[in-house]
Write a protein of this length. Structure first.
Length: 142
């Protein structure tokens, strides 16, 4: 499946030039044009899926091992000390391009804290409500 209006479909297909680090039959990995850190890479499936909820399981099974390999290569090549794997689903979560992609963001000791949040607290009411509702939905979907 391909979406004619999707820029990441065009980049993944090689119709728009990109700084490609890796390509196989299923994926293209490119440098992000607005990097959060040196080496910030995007893994794009060649098939269009809007987000993780639409990604076929056959592609999902391959994308995380690839993320590990690319993260390791970035650390080795650039002297990064670690990396974050980030994946946004929906505009509310910060997704700006509605074609599934994984961000591989190299991290450097002493560098900027790029992926972080302020921890809140989990109330007993929320805990019980969330566990009851979500586990019920997941169980009903088998
Ligand atoms: P997200 O906010 O998770 O949808 O991430 C979209 C990412 O794509 C952002 O980090 C952008 O900098 C990046 N981006 C958008 N257009 C391009 C492009 N043509 N080539 C490379 N990266 C892009
Ligand atoms: Zn697409």
């Amino acid at each position: 499946m391909r979406d004619e209006n999707c820029i990441f479909c065009k980049i993944a297909a090689g119709e728009i030039p990109s700084a490609t680090l890796y390509e196989d039959g299923d994926f293209r990995a490119i440098l992000d044009l607005g990097p959060a850190s040196k080496g910030h890479t995007l893994i794009l499936p060649k098939q269009h899926s809007r987000d993780l909820t639409q990604l076929p399981e056959s592609e999902a099974a391959k994308v995380l091992p690839l993320a590990g390999k690319i993260g390791a290569a970035l650390c080795s090549a650039l002297g990064a000390d670690g990396f974050n794997v980030v994946q946004n689903n929906g505009a509310a979560a910060g997704q700006t391009v509605p074609h599934f992609h994984l961000h591989i963001i190299p991290r450097y000791e002493g560098g900027e804290n790029i992926v972080s949040w302020t921890p809140g607290s989990l109330s007993e009411d929320d805990r019980d409500m969330i566990v009851s509702k979500v586990s019920g939905i997941l169980a009903s979907k088998g």
